[in-house]
Structure formats: structure tokens, C-alpha cells
Design a protein around this ligand. Sequence first.
Ligand code: ADP
Ligand code: ADP
Ligand code: MG
Length: 670
Amino acid sequence: MFTKILIANRGEIACRVAATARRMGIRTVAVYSEADAGAKHVAVCDEAVLIGPAAAKDSYLRGSKIIEVAKATGAQAIHPGYGFLSENAEFADAVQAAGLVFIGPPASSMRAMGSKSAAKQLMESANVPLVPGYHGDEQDPSFLRQQADRIGYPVLLKASAGGGGKGMRVVERSEDFEAALASCKREAISSFGDDKVLVEKYLIRPRHIEIQVFADSLGGCVYLHERDCSVQRRHQKVLEEAPAPGMPADRRAAMGEAAVNAARAVGYVGAGTVEFIANQDGSFYFMEMNTRLQVEHPVTEMITGTDLVEWQLRVAFGEPLPKKQHELAIHGHAIEARVYAENPEKGFLPSIGTLRHMDVPLAVAFELGADSVNPAAVRVDSGVREGDAISPFYDPMIAKLIVWGADRTQALARMSQALSEFRIVGLATNIAFLKRLVEGEAFSSADLDTGLIERNQSSLFPPAAPAPLGALALAALALTNHETVHGAANDADPWSQARGWRMNGDYRRTLSFTDEFGDYRIGLTYRNSGWEIDLDKQRQRIELVSQNSAELALRLGETALHGCVRRDGDAFHVFTGGRHHTLTYNDPMAHAGEIEAAGGRLTAPMPGKVVAVLAQSGKDVKKGEPLVIMEAMKMEHTISAPSDGLVEEVLYEVGDQVADGAPLLAFKAA
Ligand code: ADP
Ligand code: ADP
Ligand code: MG
């Protein structure tokens, strides 16, 4: 086996390849751009070499530089991951010419499948079923329109060289054909440098079903069954699962054999995916072949108990496929959700920023390469850690969340549970959207087709709403909790020492939070050994049921409620009921000075004890300088100068008890 490989990629896939290499005792060399110096993939590899500035064209797409690094570090092979150079035939050729092994198919197979039209011509001769259409060389607009008229509308125009859901146009009527063709060609030339298009029948409510194939260099070729990737936005995958719901065994075998024929027709070696578009009645047609490992390969690994990266390494080294077709059974059901830094409510626009908090669902170790599938599997493949940034330079994927269940129902339940444990603060994500998607009627009943998201707009995008009382109760309790824990480091749990909380009989305080809908003034009262919360005219008793670092479980009146609160400065991020509410705490301490300064006085924002007086009467102070420190609710609060000015008089001494709203000092702004 290889002893050292170079991983020509970044993020999640680079980390994933490194994990398998480590398990197999293979050393790894990472390459990275200036933007990725502190990235996870650099940390998990044995060596790392800087290859250029952030822009992909100056780093991860610099084939010659990467080959140079491989030679200099003594790597014997290059794993390209996906994206970047993975489907670049010139790169594969150059790797080979440098005396290194390209961990992927021969350049000739990539070339054969690189053009969608040429691939279709090839598939036609290999008897693989095709969508009715025209994929020849003639590109005259009136000829193409005749072809569209013959096929029957709606038709789909596709850039031959296209990928990633780009360069496609649906045409509904003959009259619209020419304008759509011109616009498709414009996008094709600008995105792919080639304006050749093909025309095919646009299927109504189709499913995207793809077959994982694997071939070795000794003539072996198998299929590892199908994945259903019908849940898409803008022709890009969002959820993927294996096996495809409702797939009869005979059709699975027929599609599997068609895919193996397709791979054999181009002399394929390594991991590849043959994508089909299927009608609801089950008839299926070849769409394209992706000549690389696919983002969604983990669902296949889970149901077949394989490690496809290990297979890639063995095949690239010249070994035979680890398993024969009859040894590849399906165990259970797996679902993958792509967690993206994006804003589903704003047309899935990517979001950039720092992952200030990242709670990842507890991954129940999934033994890659094990013979049997771990029935408790939850797997998270990610290339980022808390504190890392999602930059504008690369793909905004944060993680892939993959779950396994004995059947689809169990996998669905695990997916919704795991999604509620996935909490990110710092940028917009699609997590809440994924949860609605997975729990929604259409996906849970497997009513699948590529229009699922479009068709369910109203339930998938509920209008934003003000924070419910439950979310406010969680924020309020998290706040009082935080104060207690930070005020008395040793008695961590305030709930076990309610006595200390009671102060004088009923203790009441008012908290103020703000979100985009306005201000919430919440009353919190400690009464009869428990808390009550009120907002406007609602009043409910809160009972803490359980609590750990991740979750608070409450009873709010008669309702059971649970959620999690992550604090980021004054922002309280409340995760509950599948929603993420961001509430800004209006800290009376922080603002008391500013408000009161106008009247010349700095007042106590709540009842408490003066523990330090730093100001002196008659002295000038600078804005922000600490003047008095008070203790209340076991927490210290500092009252600072609201602006540059003069302390005219200090009204209390250390040890004095002061009432809520009492003036602490007379202050004159400069
Ligand atoms: P799939 O059909 O498996 O979804 P895509 O063609 O959409 O594959 O792309 C594969 C993956 O490659 C993307 O999801 C992304 O993670 C990665 N990728 C593609 N282009 C880039 C890029 N410019 N920068 C970083 N990663 C990329
Ligand atoms: P890409 O290279 O961008 O992945 P594909 O040819 O694989 O392009 O198509 C991407 C998606 O577009 C498919 O998954 C499917 O949702 C949709 N699509 C492609 N061809 C058709 C068709 N003939 N009818 C309906 N939808 C299609
Ligand atoms: Mg595709």
C-alpha cells in the first residue's frame, strides 16, 4: 500500500480522506491556501504545505504547484477529493506524467464523460436508456427548435459542459425557445467556456436516483446500490438517502447493471456515480456520470458497511475490489443532510462569518470499514471547528450530518433529533430549514420529486414570528443562571439552592430583551419556592425539570418545553421548537449610566450592596472608567462613567445596601 499521499483539497473531504489514511497507516500531506493556514484539514494531516493565496485559482486549482509539492514531500499518490481538480483530465494526465498515482479514474474516462452530449452518444451505443432528446453536434437555433418541437414541451436546455446545476433552462413553449437558447448559451460560455447545448424532454415530477459504481484495474466492476437525491434547491442536492424509498429489487438490479455498463463503456476505474432521472412510474434515463467520489457517498457507506475512500486507495494501488457484487447487501437506511452557511429565507444566499458557537450532535462512532453497520450511527463529517470562519472563497458547506436507522422511520427520527442538537451561532445556516424539511409531510412520507421544496414553500418557510413566551422563559432562566454561576463559582447549580434566591420574600425583577419584532419586558418573580414569568397579560409558572450543559427542560404552566440557550455577549440564542431566536438582552447595568447621566446622577439598577468605590469626589474621569462596583444576585456589576466628566459627589460607602434606583453618585458630563 502507499505510505504517503497528498490530499489536493480542503475542508470536509480533505479531513475525511485523512481519517481513512490514518486508519490504514498512510501518512498524509495537506496543501492549503493563505486563508486556510489555521484550518482543520491542515491540523489533521501529518504535513502541510502552503500553495498560494486564498482564491482557488491561485491555490487549490494550481495543478503544477500541487504536483511539485507531492514530489518534494515524497507522496506517491494524489487524492483530489471532489470539486477543484477532481474531474480535470489534464491534471490527471500531469500527475501520471510526474510518476505519481492519481486516485481517480483514467483521464480518458473523464474526457468521455466530461461532455454531457458526448456521454449520451456513448451511452446510446452501450444501450443505456436516455431521456428523449437531441445531443448531437448541430447547434443551429432553428434546427434545435425543430428538435424541441419534435420532442414536445416542456423541454430542458443543458450546457454540454455544465455542472453544479448551472447552464440549464426549462422551455415551456415553442415561442419561448429562441430567447431561452440564447440565454442558456450566454451562461454556458461565461461559466464553462463552451456554448454547446443539448435539448431533452423535461420530465414532470421526476426523481433523481443515482448509482454508486466502483471498478478496479483488473476488470472488476460493481454497483453499491442507489441513492435518492431528489430533494434539491436550484438543481443542487439538499438531502440524500439510501436506499431509494419504494425501489423494487428488480429495478435496482436493472439500474445497477445499466450503471455498470456505462462505467465499462468508458473503461472506468475507481469510484464513480451514474446519475439517472426517473419518472414516478419507475422508468429511468441516464443523465450524466460524475467521475469522482460524490459528496453524498457516506449514505452508501452506511448501508453497505464499506469505506469508499479505502476502496479508492486499494484500487488506485492496483488491488482488486474488496467485495464482489453478491457480497454487497443493503443494511437499513441512511440519510444525509448538507448543513450550509446560507440563508434559506433569502433565496439560499450563502452567509459568511465566524462559527462563534458550534454544538455538533453527539456522533455515535461509526466504524468505517467494519463488516457490520453500527445500528446507533450518527456521523458528522466536517472541515470546520468552533471558532473557524466560513469565508467567501470556498463552498459554504459547514458539515454533512449522516444518520443510520434500521429502517427509514428510525433514520428520520434520528435525523430530526440530531438536527435539534446542531446549534450554530455566528452566521445564518439552513439547520432549522432542514429540520422542517425532514419532519414535513412530503419528505417523511417519501413523496419525493425534484420539486419537493418548491411545492412546499408555505410549510417550509413559515413567516417569522415574535419570540413565544417559552423562548423568553428559556432566555430569562439562562440569564439568571449565568449570573448565579458567575457570581458564585463553587455553587454551580442555582436550582438546588433556591433559598439563596429568595432574598426578601417574593423577589421580582424585570428583564428586557429585544428582537426584530420589538421589546419584551419580562417579569420574573420568585414565589412559593419557584419562578413565575409574566409578559404583557400572560403569567405562567416555570418549573425546571432537568438541566445539563446542553439543554434545559421546563414546564411552563401545563406545557413541557425544552431548548438550549447559547450566549454571545448580549445576544441570547435560544434554540427551541426547531427555531433559533436571537434575543438581545438590554443590560440595565450597561445602560443605566447612559440613561441617568442626563439627570446628573448614576443610579443603582437593582437592589444590592456596594462592594467597591473607585471614584473620588471632585475628580475628573474618562468615559468608561469604573466608578462603583455593586453586588446583586451574587454577581458583580460595575457602574462606569457614561462619558468624560466630573464626579461631583460619591453618595455611598463600601458595604452600604442600596435600593433599586437609588442615586449612587452625582456626575457632570464634560
Ligand atoms: P454533487 O453532485 O456531489 O453535489 P457538486 O458538483 O455540486 O457535487 O460539487 C461537489 C462538491 O465539491 C461541492 O458540494 C463542494 O463541496 C465541492 N466544491 C465544488 N466547487 C468548489 C469550490 N469552488 N470550492 C470548494 N469546494 C467546492
Ligand atoms: P449537473 O451537472 O448540474 O449536476 P444534471 O444533468 O445532473 O446537471 O442535472 C441536475 C438536476 O437537474 C437533476 O438532478 C434534476 O433535478 C434536474 N434535471 C436534469 N435533467 C432533467 C430532465 N430531463 N427533466 C427534469 N429535470 C431534470
Ligand atoms: Mg448532476
